[in-house]
Design a protein. Structure first.
Length: 301
């Protein structure tokens, strides 16, 4: 297939693109800057210039392809609502381009906050009258495209997609530990974050675009949940810092914007995804990856 990939030069996209190319697909990667275009071209993909807030460029890219893998998201927490709206408009644009073709549209979504207090499964949907995770509207819009002739699927990614080059939640925890002089966790630290290695996630996106049935929800998590206290202890050990509990009422002052994510426990199963797509994660777990040292600038020998 010829696949249009947004976020092609990003942390996850830079693993997805080679995965797709190795499987014999062609890739048309969205680039909003010269540096992105250079990275996409260097990976062996074709460059399509445009941005997430340019519907014309998105429609053109999707129309020129046999399917879309949508990985890009504007991670601007100062205007998170605006980023969510931009994402939703992009998905609606892809839907308009692919409608009635039975071509695949695979999007990246998240697991945090999907089922507070219990292990999430692929069958879970927000209950009527409850507050859905912020990006859930985009996911539901994507799934709804199945009724309009799009082979749509949603990959709910683990809170930690880890590998060298990660710039997500865990690196931010490390930065905060360095800034504060302690490696902290909230309360008893029992909150659980699912995790997946970046290369395992890339393989899942490839399998999804190749064979996920229309309307599929997939869980991109290899580990059901790693406790935040365990993560803090590993960070403390590598940085030589004390590990401390931060009371919930002081979490925002200590962790800033990250506090609202640290308050969530989001264990998640991947059983249905493994069965549906024959996906078997093989990469290192989060703690093993942290112990390799690259998160701390000290790669293991």
């Amino acid at each position: 297939m010829r696949l249009f990939v947004t976020g092609a030069s990003g942390f996850i996209g830079s693993a997805v693109v080679p995965e797709l190319l190795r499987a014999g697909h062609q890739v048309l990667g969205l680039a909003r800057s010269n540096s992105s275009a250079e990275a996409i071209a260097a990976a062996g993909a074709e460059v399509h210039r445009g941005t997430l807030d340019d519907p014309d460029s998105l429609h053109a890219g999707a129309s020129a392809a046999d399917g879309v893998v949508h990985l890009a998201f504007i991670h601007d927490f100062s205007d998170y609502e605006g980023a969510i709206k931009t994402d939703l408009r992009a998905i609606e644009t892809f839907g308009a381009a692919l409608e009635g073709t039975d071509r695949p549209l695979v999007i990246a979504s998240g697991l945090l906050g999907s089922t507070p207090g219990r292990v999430a499964t692929e069958r879970d949907r927000p209950a009527p009258g409850t507050t859905a995770p912020p990006r859930e509207a985009a996911a539901q819009t994507t799934l709804g495209l199945a009724e309009r002739g799009v082979r749509s699927s949603v990959v709910r990614l683990a809170a930690s997609v880890h590998d060298e080059g990660d710039h997500g939640f865990v690196p931010r925890l490390i930065d905060i530990a360095r800034e504060k002089g302690v490696s902290g966790y909230v309360g008893d630290g029992a909150n659980l974050w699912p995790a997946v290695h970046r290369l395992d996630a890339a393989r899942l996106f490839r399998l999804a675009v190749e064979k996920a049935p229309a309307g599929s929800v997939l869980h991109g998590t290899a580990e059901k949940g790693v406790s935040l206290r365990t993560i803090a202890e590993v960070i403390g050990r590598h940085l030589g810092l004390p590990v401390v509990s931060v009371p919930a009422e002081q979490a925002e002052g200590h962790f800033g914007w990250l506090a609202r994510f640290l308050a969530v426990s989001a264990p998640a199963s991947n059983a249905l995804t493994r069965e549906l797509l024959d996906w078997h994660p093989t990469g290192p777990g989060l703690i093993e990856d942290l112990d390799r040292g690259h998160y701390f600038g000290t790669p293991a020998a």
